[in-house]
Ligand binder design. Structure first.
Ligand code: SF4
Ligand code: SF4
Length: 446
């Protein structure tokens, strides 16, 4: 609750101070930040590790490379060392005996940057298998806090955060670009896309990836909500759902970006904010938001597949005909494993697919696409990301699917790139668009 009572301006100021740290990486500051992170809750988890190695067998980066450095718990070494140095029992005596680890050097921290960012999607597969219940992914995120505040995060993520603070989008997509895409979709569908409608029930926010890469989703939403009679709107300010602060590992950046959505929701007095087809946007908005901002929301957050499923079960949304291709579904880690939305997309898949086949280890055990946790935005990590895709590829290949469906636009983009890299020919589809393509024309369309 450290952001309690922080104004948007104060959040913004603190976020910009984090970005400025890129200019002057500071090993001493990192050591202090790691020590601050290694509190009692972290210590209990670090002390619990029995070195069983099960997390290593769960992590796609370790599986594909066999590199022991990619063992998930090993990535927490800087945190463990900070704990041993600053917090562990008998540390003073151990220090006198020269038994505590030294503070990390700038060189070591630069090497850790690759382990904590390039080779971790924050996917939580290691967390799932740990017999001691250690939330390794959560601790990697905490370690990123220390790295980012001291200037040791990847420059690509600092730059994306800077763009997000300056323009509202990590890739610089502003309102004029979104307005243009809305106009195109209005022409395509013949439906009005409501913008800045005060008192609407649902606020739709979008990821930049959707706006620039998959803007048909806007038309799909217009068609779905038209049939179901949903009152909705898109804000012209505060429409960006992605949160690079989560990927960078900066609470300050995450809070400043999140505050913009909350301001839009409050300004338009909506009852719900729809988290779009974006994995980490969902975890930021739904699970982390109130803690980051230090206050509860005045609205509820619903993931788009949950809402589509609810509307279907209420009889407000009806589909007709089924896709005859053999389809399989990729589970976005933050929505399914970390977010718990596993059944809704499956019910939707069964509604529109006549030949839906699950991957082996589908659902909570599924492998990441390789690009989550900001990895897809780190250019130096591209080769490793493609290598890590081999685990996902094995899952997909086992299904014999003719098309792959998902509900995260970042996953979709990463999957398309990896499929291309591996010479596969599988198309990747968005679930919302797939549902919209099968709407029963005889129902609704108000
Ligand atoms: S969160 Fe995922 S990518 Fe990161 S260490 Fe764990 S299994 Fe590997
Ligand atoms: S699975 Fe858990 S207990 Fe086993 S090595 Fe990894 S962190 Fe330690």
């Amino acid at each position: 609750m450290e952001n309690l009572a922080a104004t948007p301006a104060a959040l913004e100021q603190r976020a910009r101070a984090v970005i400025a740290s890129l200019a002057a990486p500071d090993a001493r500051k990192a050591a202090q930040a790691f020590a601050a992170q290694a509190g009692r809750d972290v210590a209990i988890q670090l002390e619990a590790c029995v070195n069983c190695g099960q997390c290593a067998e769960a992590c796609h980066f370790h599986i594909v490379t066999g590199d022991p450095r990619y063992t998930p718990v090993y990535k927490l070494r800087p945190m463990l060392r900070a704990y041993q140095r600053e917090r562990a029992p008998f540390r003073t005596a151990r220090k006198l005996l020269g038994l505590t680890p030294p503070e990390p050097s700038a060189q070591e921290l630069t090497a850790w940057s690759e382990l904590l960012y390039d080779s971790c999607n924050l996917c939580g597969r290691c967390t799932l298998v740990c017999p001691m219940g250690i939330d390794i992914a959560g601790l990697v995120r905490r370690a990123r806090e220390a790295m980012s505040v001291a200037g040791f995060a990847p420059p690509d993520l600092y730059k994306a955060a800077q763009r997000a603070l300056d323009t509202g989008s990590p890739v610089g997509v502003g309102w004029p670009a979104l307005r243009r895409q809305i106009e195109i979709q209005e022409t395509e569908t013949g439906l009005k896309v409501p913008v800045d409608v005060a008192g609407a029930d649902y606020l739709v926010v979008l990821s930049s990836m959707e706006i620039i890469g998959y803007s048909e989703v806007i038309g799909a939403l217009a068609r779905v909500f038209s049939q179901a009679g949903v009152s909705w709107t898109i804000p012209s300010v505060g429409f960006e759902a992605t949160n690079v602060g989560v990927q960078l590992g900066s609470r300050d950046v995450a809070a400043a970006l999140l505050a913009r959505i909350v301001e839009a929701a409050d300004r338009l007095r909506v009852k719900y904010v729809i988290s779009p087809e974006c994995g980490h946007a969902y975890s930021a908005l739904r699970w982390e938001g109130p803690n980051l901002l230090g206050r509860p929301y005045a609205f509820k957050v619903v993931q788009i597949t949950e809402l589509l499923d609810q509307l279907t079960r209420e009889g407000r949304l009806r589909t007709r005909g089924k896709d005859a291709r053999r389809l399989t579904y990729h589970d976005p880690c933050q929505i399914v494993r970390r977010g718990g939305v596993a059944e809704a997309p499956r019910r939707l898949m069964h509604g529109v697919s006549g030949n839906f086949v699950e991957m082996p280890a589908a659902g909570a055990e599924s492998f990441c696409c390789g690009g989550g946790g900001g990895v897809s935005a780190i250019h130096r990590a591209e080769k490793l990301r493609f290598a890590a895709f081999a685990c996902k590829k094995r899952q997909v290949d086992a299904t014999g699917a003719e098309a792959l469906v998902t509900s995260c636009s970042n996953c979709r983009n990463v999957l398309e790139e990896a499929i291309d890299e591996y010479g596969m020919t599988l198309p990747v589809l968005g679930l919302t668009e797939l549902v919209a393509q099968h709407l029963d024309p005889g129902v609704g369309q108000r």
